[in-house]
Design a protein around this ligand. Structure first.
Ligand SMILES: Cc1cc2nc3c(=O)[nH]c(=O)nc-3n(C[C@H](O)[C@H](O)[C@H](O)COP(=O)(O)OP(=O)(O)OC[C@H]3O[C@@H](n4cnc5c(N)ncnc54)[C@H](O)[C@@H]3O)c2cc1C
Length: 460
């Protein structure tokens, strides 16, 4: 039986990062992957959606050419070519990750694995069953799209994000079921291509768990792009025909489109892993881990979407690093308190730390300051003046507690604030940090100055 120091089950951004790190630490490592290396993120998640989003934005800018002083013919979309480019982006990156694993001498074992003992995995490979022994095992099996049974899945008209990111053509029109982070990103993608898009969300606002300003900005931007947003509406049924789908909403309204995209959650892949066999405990639906990514069984770690309710690739990778260090005898921990979140709509939204409402709930006295993109030279130059940096800090000491950034490059701008929080900096230190000009990140410094009462480019 092949024996390893570290065996990683799953080759997504959690698993492959863990495997590379363990190998770098000198451990004899294998990575077992049942599907495609790179997992959801690289193949059907973060990356293809960003390839789609960026291309859609270019198209949308063409449509708005006159605003920038161009007279351009009306552009048209070639759906198969658009999706072909997306496939080539993911294929290139996948090859890159496979190359990295090979370069670090990580054995890539293609097959589906499960635990049979504390230190043993059984893997179903194409060549037949294979047993693998490892001193440490890292579970990184991720999550999958929820497929509620009442949708007509067999019609080919109803997609999960797996199909939407790998389709060979674009829908003529689409009803997006679920107005969360993923649903709103797809609505932006399709709407900017001029595809008729309807979003149905049963809660009373989009991306319901984020800051109210951000949720409102997302709804406004989708509507500006022609999306029909139906919040507070439960979907009660869906029928498919040869020409498309008819979604029936509570209250009798019917919405028709050529396709439906269902984005209503992602259950973690905890089934058939042999967790019960070896006694790995769950915490609700996910595997229970501590801040070292240790499960309830010594020598077994779990990372990423299978062990976190916050399903983000960067968090999976960070957990991969922590788990690999611990598995190779280099103690590491991360309380996972500073986790930036990106919402890839236009404008983008990014958050980190506590929102104003969360801070208020814990009884903390906080002060909030804003810098509006309207006052940013760079935002004006781009013609992207929608948005703001909202900074939340402790009233007395000025410790940075959180932020919400709405606007172009928000998912990059947030990182300065995450760094400040990770290092327990104050608003004063943020304001005293020289930021390059002109940039969107200047907004962080400006918001910090506003917080201190010394706003330069904002009123008040
Ligand atoms: C449409 C979409 C867009 C997204 N956009 C973003 C984004 O912009 N930013 C962001 O941070 N996150 C984004 N996410 C979430 C992100 O993709 C996930 O959080 C991330 O992929 C989780 O990584 P992971 O390694 O835990 O699991 P996964 O990426 O799910 O990888 C798990 C891997 O394990 C394999 N596997 C499962 N079971 C077994 C088994 N028994 N044996 C062997 N292999 C197995 C699977 O085949 C899979 O390859 C997005 C998700 C979706 C669906």
């Amino acid at each position: 039986m092949p024996t390893y120091d570290v065996a990683v089950l799953g080759g997504g951004p959690g698993g492959y990062v863990a495997a590379l790190r363990a190998a770098k630490r000198g451990a004899k490592t294998c990575c077992i992957e049942a599907g495609l290396v790179g997992g959801v993120c690289l193949n059907v998640g973060c990356i293809p959606t960003k390839a789609m989003l960026h291309a859609s934005e270019i198209f949308h800018r063409f449509v708005r050419a006159a605003e920038y002083g161009f007279a351009a013919p009306k552009p048209t979309v070639n759906g198969p070519d658009y999706m072909k480019r997306v496939a080539s982006v993911t294929a290139g990156l996948r090859k890159g990750v496979e190359g990295l694993l090979k370069g670090r001498k990580v054995d890539l074992i293609r097959g589906r694995g499960r635990l049979t003992a504390r230190d043993t995995l059984a893997v179903e490979t194409e060549a037949g069953p294979q047993a693998i022994e490892a001193k440490a095992i890292i579970l990184a099996t991720g999550a999958r799209p929820a497929k509620p049974p009442f949708f007509p899945w067999d019609s080919g008209r109803v997609w999960t994000t797996d199909q939407a990111t790998t389709a060979t053509a674009l829908p003529e029109s689409i009803v997006v079921v679920g107005g969360g982070i993923i649903g709103c990103e797809f609505a932006t993608i399709y709407a900017e291509l001029g595809i008729r898009t309807i979003v149905v969300e049963m809660l009373d606002r989009l991306v319901a768990n984020i800051d109210d300003d951000a949720s409102k900005a997302i709804a406004k931007s989708l509507e500006k792009r022609g999306v029909t947003v139906r919040t507070g509406k439960r979907l009660v049924g869906m029928k498919a025909s040869a020409s498309g789908v008819a979604a029936e909403l509570e209250g009798g309204e019917t919405v028709q489109a050529s396709h439906a995209l269902v984005a209503v959650g992602r259950p973690p892949n905890t089934e058939n892993l042999g967790l019960e066999t070896v006694g790995v405990k769950l915490d609700g639906k996910i595997i229970k881990v501590d801040d070292r990514c240790r499960t309830s069984v010594e020598g077994i770690y779990a990372i990423g979407d299978v062990a976190e309710t916050r399903q983000y690739a960067h968090l999976a990778s960070r957990m991969g690093t922590v788990a690999a260090d611990n598995a190779t005898g280099h103690p590491a921990s991360d309380p996972r308190t500073v986790v930036p979140v990106g919402i890839y709509t236009h404008p983008e939204v990014a958050t980190v730390g506590e929102s104003e409402a969360e801070a208020a709930k814990t009884g903390k006295k906080v002060r909030v300051a804003r810098f509006h993109y309207q006052a940013s030279g760079m935002a004006r130059a781009y013609g992207d003046t929608e948005g703001q940096v909202k900074l939340i800090a402790g009233e007395e000491l000025g410790e940075v507690l959180g932020a919400v950034v709405i606007g172009r490059h928000a998912t990059d701008v947030i990182q300065g604030i995450a760094l400040a929080m990770r290092n327990e900096l104050t608003v004063e230190e943020l304001a005293a940090t020289i930021h390059p000009h002109p940039t969107f990140v200047e907004g962080v410094m400006e918001a910090a100055e506003a917080w201190l009462g010394f706003a330069v480019h904002a009123g008040g």
